[in-house]
Design a protein around this ligand. Structure first.
Ligand SMILES: [Zn+2]
Length: 294
């Protein structure tokens, strides 16, 4: 029999990794790396309450935020994309469309319609980054153009909320020609003296930025949004120089005169209502007045 026994240690149970937190209950902010209770995050309009980072919203979430309750009426949802070129990259375009549609019921990267915004009747176009990177194909161009044509016919102001990675490559020239078409529609609004307010959210780039998103009478941006034509990595590689801090982010773009105002999401609806009432003498706004730092 041994005089001494070696004590038996039981291994300490490893603490569960942070990734083991149930999916969907918590949201991890990619900017400040804090965990936020998802309901608080959603209640805060997808803005991190700790660091103020603005995250992407789907088109329906955005419409829910901007339109007065029960006033949204969608137009041209029947215009559906087709695979005219029978295009195939890593997977056939037709399959890509089907996969994108099955995600949240959206059938294209933009929704257009009429709604009330703090009592003002406006025509609203909202892009959705979840649908193939918010890319502009022939249907996006067509829906936006038809909305602007309707604005001239009904004499209603237009608000566009853009988010896009650019043109829909799978539609080739059919996608690129939407830039000319939507720009012509913006020119028509200007001729008819219809106010057009463009809101740029993260990210608004390439073909959309080079057409209707940058042609607003007033251009509003959300804080921290990436705004530009080519992305910073492409530019850095092309010019072979280190880019300044915050390059192409909304504050940088504001300082260089490309946007008129950067507005936090919580003030966006009130700011848009104020802009509409400034340009358009239709019903007086009941919105909470927020000072504009123009
Ligand atoms: Zn954060």
């Amino acid at each position: 029999m041994a005089w001494f026994r070696k004590p038996q240690y039981t291994a300490l149970r490893a603490t569960p990794p942070r990734d083991a937190i149930p999916e969907g209950l918590w949201f991890k902010c990619t900017e400040c790396v804090n965990f936020i209770y998802r309901k608080d995050f959603e209640r805060n309009l997808m803005v991190c309450p700790k660091c103020g980072a603005h995250f992407k919203m789907s088109a329906m979430e955005r419409i829910g935020m901007l339109a007065d309750e029960g006033t949204w009426e969608e137009f041209n949802a029947h215009i559906r994309p087709t695979d005219a070129l029978k295009f195939c990259d890593s997977k056939p375009y037709e399959k890509r469309l089907k996969d994108a549609m099955s995600k949240d019921g959206a059938n294209e990267a933009v929704r257009t319609g009429r709604c009330k915004l703090d009592g003002h009747t406006v025509l609203l176009s909202v892009m959705d980054f979840n649908f193939i990177g918010g890319s502009m194909g022939s249907v996006v161009g067509e829906r936006v153009t038809r909305l602007m044509e309707r604005a001239c016919a009904e004499r209603l102001p237009v608000i566009s909320v853009a988010t896009s990675g650019g043109a829909r490559m799978q539609e080739s020239i059919l996608s690129l020609m939407q830039m000319a078409k939507t720009s012509a529609a913006c020119a028509m609004l200007a001729r008819e003296r219809i106010p057009y307010i463009s809101v740029l959210t993260d990210p608004t780039t390439a073909g959309v930025m080079a057409s209707f998103a940058s042609l607003g009478d007033v251009i509003v941006a959300e804080p921290g949004a990436l705004i530009g034509f080519a992305g910073p990595r492409v530019i850095q590689q092309t010019i072979n120089q280190i880019l300044p801090r915050g390059f192409q982010r909304s504050d940088f773009v504001l300082a260089h005169g490309f946007v008129d105002i950067v507005v936090e999401r919580k003030y966006l609806k009130a700011t848009l209502a104020r802009l509409v009432s400034f340009f358009w003498d239709e019903p007086k706004s009941t919105a909470k007045v927020v000072p504009l730092a123009l």
